[in-house]
Design a protein around this ligand. Structure first.
Ligand SMILES: Nc1nc2c(ncn2[C@@H]2O[C@H](COP(=O)(O)OP(=O)(O)OP(=O)(O)O)[C@@H](O)[C@H]2O)c(=O)[nH]1
Ligand SMILES: [Mg+2]
Length: 319
């Protein structure tokens, strides 16, 4: 099958899956296609769901999909899977849990391995979200495991971040406070069918009241859910849509998009500039000499990089 911009924009899932694979492999054809799709992006509402392993994130995502589908929204999911390094079983579990949506054209689920660190997003996560966006998915949900303070990255990327906790976390709630309190736009206490859910809600509420986020004009709601029974998940979807409305009305939605587009651009510039510069020097005797000095530890990498850049003039671009 030939994949072109039109096929993707029409939402063809086979074409979408193939393009995502090309991007993962760094295939230049994929990048060329993404360039053409870019003007069709910027509409998707990106939701991040983070929380400890086994807190019920995938079960919640499943309920959220069902609810958004009833509201006629198309939903794509990226499940970031750190299990390759931990349990190895989560991916299969997710597939089984989300299977009932696989017949639905309005739902697209992708699992993605992170290289190494928990909660981390790869460059391909961003590219994948762009593909979903171009395909016309209104909502893109990213599920990441968060165990400490590593999930700040998801908050920078998603428009709305939901932090999942569960009863019995006790002191762990205290431990998670600093990082997670600041990134959460919505707090979920899942497994509210187990004892202690109200204690967790209370603790979260107290912590939020003491935190600096109180000064913001969005006050994060704390919602109790029983994901296995789809209990509380309609209220959760309402909260997502409320936050979306708030972001649009305050202009923060567009600001947020531009922030990460700029970051994407900045990273590309770093990568391309470094490649171009090193490539242009590869036969230069002075450069080879610099490398030789580096190898013999006569010069340190800082001074070597400064030396290399010293001769370079920065030029402003012309319109
Ligand atoms: N009692 C109860 N069990 C739940 C609830 N939600 C999820 N579970 C169960 O908790 C287990 C873990 O759920 P998952 O949805 O896989 O959790 P997860 O956070 O996605 O897990 P990882 O992706 O491995 O980090 C499963 O056995 C679920 O059936 C709930 O509200 N109540
Ligand atoms: Mg999961």
């Amino acid at each position: 099958m030939k994949i072109d911009a039109q096929t993707i924009i029409r939402g063809n899932q086979l074409a979408g899956a193939r393009l995502i694979r090309q991007l993962e492999e760094g295939d230049p054809a994929g990048i060329e296609l993404l360039k053409r799709l870019y003007t069709h992006t910027g509409n998707a509402f990106v939701i991040g769901i983070t929380g400890p392993p086994g807190s019920g994130k995938s079960t919640l995502v499943n309920c959220i999909i069902t609810d958004f589908r009833q509201r006629k929204r198309k939903v794509a999911v990226v499940a970031i899977d750190p299990s390759s390094s931990i349990s190895g079983g989560a991916l299969l579990g997710d597939r089984i849990r989300m299977r009932r949506h696989t017949e639905d054209d309005g739902v697209f689920i992708r699992s993605m391995a992170t290289r190494g660190h928990l909660g981390g997003l790869s460059k391909t996560t961003r590219e994948t979200v762009l593909v979903f966006d171009a395909m016309g998915y209104d909502i893109v949900i990213i599920e990441t495991v968060g165990v400490g303070q590593d999930e700040v990255e998801i908050a920078q990327f998603a428009h709305t971040t939901a932090v999942v906790s569960l009863p019995g976390m006790g002191d762990d709630i205290q431990a998670m406070k600093a990082g997670l309190l600041e990134i959460g736009d919505i707090f979920i206490v899942n497994k509210a069918d187990s004892p202690g859910a109200d204690d967790v809600v209370l603790q979260l509420r107290n912590m939020l009241e003491m935190s600096s986020t109180l000064a913001n004009d969005w006050h994060p709601p704390i919602l109790k859910t029983v994901a296995v029974e789809s209990d509380g998940t309609t209220e959760l979807v309402d909260a997502f849509l409320d936050h979306h409305q708030y972001l649009i009305a305050s202009g923060k939605f567009g600001e947020h998009n531009f922030k990460w587009e700029f970051e994407f651009f900045r990273q590309l510039v770093m990568q391309m500039a470094a490649e171009r510069l090193l490539d242009s020097q590869k036969d230069s005797p002075a450069f080879l000499n610099l490398l030789e000095n580096l190898k013999q530890r006569k010069i340190d990498p800082f001074s070597a990089a400064e030396g290399l850049l010293k001769g370079m003039k920065s030029k402003r671009i012309n319109a």
